[in-house]
Design a protein around this ligand. Sequence first.
Ligand SMILES: O=c1[nH]c(=O)c2[nH]c(=O)[nH]c2[nH]1
Length: 302
Amino acid sequence: MSSSQVYLKKARYGKDKVKLMKVYRDNKWQTCVELTICLTLEGDIETSYTEADNSVVVTTDTCKNTCYILAKRSANVDNIEVFGQEITEHVLKQYKHIHVAHVEIIKHKWSRMVVDGELHPHSFVRDGEDVTTTHVTQYRDGNKITIESSLKNLLVLKTTGSAFHSFYRDEYTTLPEVWDRIFSTSVDATWRFTSNSPSVLRHQVNFPEIHNSVKKITMDTFAKDDSASVQATMYKMQQQILRDNKAVGEIDYALPNKHYFGVDMSKFKIDNTDKNLDVYQPVADPSGLITATVSRKTAAKL
Ligand SMILES: O=c1[nH]c(=O)c2[nH]c(=O)[nH]c2[nH]1
């Protein structure tokens, strides 16, 4: 293939899996924040690919150093959307040929320990594999910024209060209708903010409060809803989140339906059905996968 037939359509590079821990010390009380960061850059970098011109390359090692140095200076490492913006703003100010900065941050969970019935000042426990994340993208063009944040891997289960019946049936359908089943899922929720004003996003949105609200609404709705299906329960979560969080423009959910099927004990003349059903087989795969995006008809007010 001659070189005239191809062109560099897209290019983006940087450092992934930058692991970082910051400890804030306030007299007796200490707080720790553990992050995994991916910082990637776009801009006038084509010649590094097409002409082996490294003069335009801000090294991936520099990207890593930038994360550590800004973490050292920042009072906001815990507030991942704001810390992400601090990094994107720095990159666009420092490197005039870089036009888009992406920062993806995963915040790992360290919850304060309760020891002898009291919160401990400097000991923490990983009490769940759920994480919060953000992806901040800042563009030189128009000073535009987008922020997409998530709650991931929140594993939940309820032993009743979930049914699934009256679904479409044809000659391919074998699933029995159920009025009472186990419902378990691993929540993956992603919500978006968009603004042409980075300073509005930075100063007028309480990002940690929104993370807490998404988690609380997800768990409250999951527990309280008399679920007709994963689809219907999910939509209730999304509606409530948009109702309570005016800065959020749109929210996606992806909920795997982690099946627990009753074990067939009829061969042993044991009734493990209906009211006698209490032994289940968790089935890792295949799992259902239910997704939806719920958006505002008019843009979020920011
Ligand atoms: O809540 C559910 N939604 C489905 O679409 C579905 N499909 C299925 O087999 N079980 C379920 N459960």
